[in-house]
Design a protein around this ligand. Sequence first.
Ligand SMILES: Cc1cc2nc3c(=O)[nH]c(=O)nc-3n(C[C@H](O)[C@H](O)[C@H](O)COP(=O)(O)OP(=O)(O)OC[C@H]3O[C@@H](n4cnc5c(N)ncnc54)[C@H](O)[C@@H]3O)c2cc1C
Length: 423
Amino acid sequence: MKEITANEFETEVLNCEKVIVDFYSTECPPCEALAPKLDGLQELFGEELKFVKIFRQRNRDLADQLFVKSSPTLLFYENGQEVCGRLSGGVKRSEILREIKHLVEPENFKAIVNGIEPTITETDVAILGAGPGGLTAGLYLCQARINTTLIDIALPGGNVSTTHMVSNYPGFIDPQPGYLLSHNMSEQTKKCGTSYKVAVDVTQVDLEKKEIVIDELETIKAKKIIIATGTSPNRIGIPGEMEYKGNGISYCATCDAKYFVDKEVVVIGGGNSAIEEAEFIAKFASKITIVHQFDKLQANKIAQEKAFVNPKISFMLEHEPRAFKKAGDKMIVEVEDLKTKELKTLTTDGIFVFIGLKPNLELFKNKLELDPWGYIKTDEDKRTNIDGVYAVGDVTSKKYRQITTAIADGTIAAISITREIDK
Ligand SMILES: Cc1cc2nc3c(=O)[nH]c(=O)nc-3n(C[C@H](O)[C@H](O)[C@H](O)COP(=O)(O)OP(=O)(O)OC[C@H]3O[C@@H](n4cnc5c(N)ncnc54)[C@H](O)[C@@H]3O)c2cc1C
């Protein structure tokens, strides 16, 4: 892709017909993940659109002027005007295509997309999910000189990357920011030589044939597959939840607590995540009300003790949310007192929901043997019921779901596979 500077912005972008501008930085994993996607799209749409990149750190004034605050950020221009939506972070190929569709004549777009040749990539091991479990498996396999491809629908890191602080990961005297811990895990595995396909759409998985289709165009054929897809937050399933998700209701304190400086917040849940994340939110918010269905919290004792003495945190035990609503810029939570059945109304600035997690198995659960809670059953070497398919980490049936248990699983699966492949 052509590199331009701020001085060339007018001639290379504003005075041209249709241009895609990529503001990138160095030492930026999402920028590295985006670059090959843009190269591929330039090959396809190079006749219709111009693709340029601008190094954000060296063109900071222009970036500030355009309100580009993070890397990568993709901007779309038509005849000197910014059009379409901006894309940033872990940008998927399908998202860029969606914007390109607005810029290119419909017939040309259709002809180009229909002409895309599917590709096949062969690898020894394909790992679905680049959280701690998948990254550790990738590291061990790579160090055993086994050709490995890590595939993730998001950027690497898994749930750790959205955890504020991790204080129980051995080897560090002080608590570590989750994003840093996961970044280091990912860089260690990448440095070894594991191939990464991240921020992709995983559109099809055939566990028996060991074939994974990404972005609807690339088939990855493997000898073995490791499923390390982890978990996602449970939804409560009450009126207003989907409507206000991301717009008043959040499932990630690390991502959103900063928007609640001196504001009031309701936290739903009473387990470890709810109480530890409420502690974190209390650094920003002025008042936190924890709504929990039981008469006791389920969080560990240390977390509970901290929360009980925090003057910003109060509790509504034996209460359950029944509906979320919006009134102007305030959120309304309707809660039921489970003892008296009385319906109460809480008015707040934001709502955080931490009521447990569910396994990410949508694409392949019908084929796998699961436990009664829907997690994948494995043997002690992390093999599933399907030959050559392993599962590790939080997605598997186990008692304790932690970073240390996920990386232990990744280690075991990788060593088991190494022995089998070496036979
Ligand atoms: C709020 C919170 C705080 C926590 N705090 C701690 C803590 O302090 N200490 C601790 O030890 N543990 C903590 N945990 C638990 C810890 O994060 C998990 O045990 C650990 O991340 C599990 O790792 P994993 O690799 O199994 O899965 P995950 O970390 O969940 O990673 C799974 C990866 O798979 C990807 N994926 C999902 N679906 C697909 C698909 N179809 N195809 C490809 N990729 C897919 C996801 O994008 C993700 O990157 C916390 C968890 C949460 C939610």
